[in-house]
Design a protein around this ligand. Structure first.
Ligand code: ADP
Ligand code: MG
Length: 347
């Protein structure tokens, strides 16, 4: 025989696997019903995440223990915790604490490759650092990594026995698969491995205190982009496109995915907007016009910048990096503007 007080006694002693705290202390048992004649117990519980491995673990523990306590059958219903309660419990328990502390995470996405996403990510990071911010950059494009090269990083991250310290250039801390591949040989990892590598870039790297962490996403709306959206519910997003209508149309999908998964899109950056002839000063719209504006209005966000086609002016010396504009460059100034806008938008 089982009764209500016994059920509560059993439940309160069980630890929630997500928070590592007894259910009694969390107060997550919302309803208990006992049909004494049938020895049937039904319980409603809120959990941090439904359909998760934690829920499954909790489920089997509750059923086992209630049956041991005399129940013949157990019915369980799980509800997801509302966001406020979840935040409160997360803060109190310290579980799942973002190893990056309070850093604002901004993912840079695009519909397709070759539109300048990595160029934008690297230069925005460098501009934020120029404005005194503590900045990290993760090159999430595992196959198509290009950040170390673009930023002219010659030194690898430091690998201690336990810790990895990111490489650093122009005041930006950088992590990329490129540091771990010898002789530019192709990478053959797939699916789950990719997710693991990126997770390690987040959790096993000694980033120190950061104000901003920028993520150079692989192009499109594939697995890695989706995975990052799910793992980093608070990250924001910037979408890069060229002015060509087709590019903007494809980029819209990346923006819509971000918005659908509740990620704030900070704005759109149009790259390769025009070319100004060095000889005549004439402006040519090589890739058409209007893509950035159209995409921004479609997503209901700001068009943060229109960047011309231009090579960085520094071509040698200590400050040389193939894709980094200094603040003397016109594009460098535009990136400073972008960085200021990002800072103004706050957390
Ligand atoms: N504004 C620009 N002016 C000149 N070259 C650019 C500009 N933006 C990007 N590029 C060049 O275009 C190519 C693609 O840019 P990249 O940043 O690698 O794009 P993605 O990361 O979207 O594939 C690179 O060779 C890069 O140097
Ligand atoms: Mg790239």
């Amino acid at each position: 025989m089982i009764n209500e007080s016994k059920v509560f006694e059993v439940l309160n002693s069980i630890s929630d696997p997500f928070f590592n705290k007894p259910l009694g202390e969390l107060g997550t048992v919302t309803e208990v019903k006992v049909k004494e004649e049938k020895n049937h117990v039904s319980v409603k519980i809120t959990v941090a995440k439904t359909d998760s491995p934690e829920q499954l673990k909790l489920q089997s523990e509750i059923v086992d223990k209630l049956k041991n306590a005399g129940a013949s059958s157990v019915g369980l219903r799980f509800n997801a915790m509302d966001e406020e309660t979840l935040k409160k419990h997360l803060a109190e328990s310290g579980v799942n604490k973002n190893p990056l502390g309070d850093a604002t995470i901004i993912a840079i996405a695009s519909g397709k490759g070759g539109v300048g996403k990595s160029t934008v990510t690297a230069n925005t990071a460098v501009a934020l650092a120029r404005l005194g911010k503590r900045v990290g950059l993760i090159d999430c494009d595992i196959y198509g990594f290009s950040i170390p090269d673009m930023m002219g990083i010659l030194e690898n991250p430091i690998l201690d026995s336990q810790e990895i310290y990111p490489a650093e250039r122009f005041g930006v801390k950088v992590m990329s698969m490129g540091f771990f591949v010898e002789d530019n040989s192709p990478i053959i990892w797939r699916g789950p491995m990719l997710g693991k590598i990126i997770s390690q870039f987040f959790s096993d790297v000694q980033w120190g205190e950061l104000d901003y962490l920028l993520l150079d996403l692989p192009p499109g709306t594939g697995d890695v982009a989706l995975d990052i959206h799910q793992k980093l519910p608070n990250s924001k997003e910037i979408i890069v496109t060229t002015p060509h209508p087709t590019a903007a149309f494809v980029a819209a999908r990346a923006g819509i995915m971000a918005q659908k998964t509740d990620h704030e899109v900070i704005g759109v950056i149009e790259n390769m907007s025009y070319y100004e002839s060095v000889k005549t000063g004439e402006i040519e719209y090589i890739f058409g016009t209007g893509g950035g504006e159209r995409l921004a209005s479609e997503l209901g966000v700001e068009l943060l910048a229109q960047l011309p086609l231009k090579q960085p002016s520094v071509q040698e010396g200590d400050n040389y990096a193939p894709s980094i504009y200094t603040s003397d460059d016109e594009n460098g100034k535009l990136f400073d503007d972008i960085a200021r806008k990002i800072i103004e938008k706050g957390k």
